[in-house]
Each structure stands twice: as structure tokens, then as C-alpha cells.
Design a protein around this ligand. Sequence first.
Ligand code: PLP
Length: 385
Amino acid sequence: MRFATRALRVGQDPDSTYRAVVPPLYQSTTFAWESLNDIPPIDYTRCQNPNRQMLEEVIASLEGGTHCTVFSSGMAAIASCFSLLEQGDHVLMASDIYGGTFRMVEQYLPKQGITHSVFDAHDFSSIAKAVTPQSKMLIFETPTNPTLRVSDIAAVCAEAKRHGLLVVFDNTFASPALQNPLALGADIVVHSTTKYISGHSDVLGGCTVTSNSELGYAIYEWNKAYGATPSPFDCWLSLRGLRSLGCRMDRHCENAQRVAEAFQKHPAVNSVSYPGLPDHPDHAVAKKQMSGFGGMLAIEFHEEAVARHVAENCQIFLLAESLGGVESLIAYPPLMSHATMNESQRLERGILPTLLRLSVGIEDAEDLIEDIGQAIASAPVMTRV
Ligand SMILES: Cc1ncc(COP(=O)(O)O)c(C=O)c1O
């Protein structure tokens, strides 16, 4: 079966009692034993639940892995990867990484005696420079948040392997519909399933996927021990959303491409970063490793006042955290996703006060283009165009 069919059919046969087409919700924390000698396959929802198991089976299939564990949030999934480290270990973290991952690595891993260095996923020599004898893991993501740069996943993984590092890859921005990092050399893929996988901005969740049974088991056990498990209803909602990922993602890509093209040459705009634009610096590598260019883009305006005005004056794009839902959202990274970083850390990464990040939804593309256009048109007079 191909991707869109697997999303709808893997592990989703009609239920055995009533042949319901939609998987029933098992809103139960506990499952009865027939006898002391007959332990049920699922006995307590912190450890496993039928809705969770079904979601894990589908995500594993879509990512091309064998072991998926789902969590109550993307950050819990990332924390589970760091649980594989021990006191004294060292992590390599890509400079362009989600702000929450940055916070966890900078502020919380040191409390467990785990140190880190930052590397540049576009400059492979920076990996060798950052590696120490204690280095155990490398974590990165692409397309990056919020600047939409794309690094070569296979090449970064190969370099990490040369140094014996375990590779964790955050695939939230692309989703399994557009790229499968396990096939490119990553050991563990993580997602904030809150985003494209669930796709409707109504459920928080995360997952890990691997084809290494030892890693998969260790992560599953950590989740059981710490209880970062999603509720049955959250799993049910996530699967409901995941079933339409293929066609949602087609529309996200189509709309984002049209919005990017519409504003690329606008006089108020300095640049549009979208991997689908032929003049994007990473267009060739994106084309090589992704089957579409995604629904995320960044617009850098000439003037901070214009960026802030557009953020506050769109009628269809809502000014809100998060991404990957059916509705279009606009984010101002310095005050939202990257508020954890100080100004110089943001500037080093190109997260300028003139930059807006757009999560392009599945509305009519013409309405989205008109919406941004009217917001720019009503902005304060520009001093430099
Ligand atoms: C790339 C990426 N990874 C991880 C996360 C964390 O996910 P969650 O908010 O579900 O914990 C986010 C959240 O925005 C994200 O954008």
C-alpha cells in the first residue's frame, strides 16, 4: 500500500463487535483480567491502550520504522530521546533548532550532567570540530524553524555515524508525508504530532519512531516510567487527523508555493524563504530529499514596523503559536517560538525582528494572498523600499 492508503488502512480494520468503520474510543484506564493466569494484552492505559497502539502502528508504517511510541507532547518525545544519555555524556545540537529543544538542552540537560555543543548542519566540518570523546548523540531538524533552511539529512547522518553518534531527527516540519529520515540514516525520528500529523490544532502530542528494537524498548519503558502518555481520546483525535495527512499536505504545499511566489518580489519584502522557490539556497537539496516543499515559509520585511503590522492585521491568518493545522497561522518568532533565546542568540540564527513565520493552511490560496496583501497595504509608510 502507498502512503495515503496506509494512513487510512494500516491496523484499522472494522472493529470486531459491530464492524464500526471508525475505530472505537477505548476511554478506559484499566482492562479486566479473565483470571490470574490470563493477563490481558493491554491492562493499564499508562502502559498501553488500544487507541494508542493503533496510532503507533500507523505512524511507524508512515515513517518506515518498526517501533513507535506516542507521548503527551512533542517535548515529552524529545525528552525520551535524551533519557538514552547518561551523566557525563555530550550532545551535538544543530544551531537552527526549535526553541523548546534549545531550552531543554541548554537549561535542563546540564542538571543531569549532560553537556552539549552547537554545530551547523550546513557545514559538516563543524561536526568534527564539536565532537568530544564523550559525544553520544546528535540532534537536528530540517526544514528549520523559523528560517526554513534545508540541510542534507543523509550527509549529516553519515558524518554523525563516522563519529559513532546516535542521530535524533525532528521531522515535525515536513511530516512523514514529505520525508522519511530513517531511510536517510537517522536512528530515531521525533515529531510534535500536535502539528501536521494531527493537523487540526485540537490535540497536543508527540512520538518517536525507530527501527532499532533496543532503542524502541528503552523509549517505551521511559514513557511508562515517567507517565508522559497521551489519553485515549488524544490518540483517537490524532489518528482521525492523521488519516487525511496525505491530501492535507498536498494542499499545504500548493498553497505555500503560491503565497511564496506572490510575495517574493513585493516592494515591502526583503526575502521569502520557502524551499520550493528555485532561488532558495537549499532548493536542490530539498528537491532531492523531500517529495514536496511543505506548508511553512518565512517572510522577511524591510521594516520591523511592517512585519509587526502584518502579524496583527491579517484577517484570515491568525496570530498564534504552533503550526501544521488546517488553518493558516502567522507567528512572530522573537516573541513566540524563539522567545527562550536572547537577542544575540536569535540574531546569530537569522531570527530577525523583521521576520514572520507563516504556517500556510488549506484555505483558498487567493484569499490567503489577498489577506497578506491588504495587511501590507495598510501598514505604516515604509522608509526604505
Ligand atoms: C519542530 C518542533 N519540535 C517540537 C515541538 C514541541 O512540540 P509540542 O509543543 O507538541 O510539545 C515543536 C513545537 O512547536 C516544534 O515546532
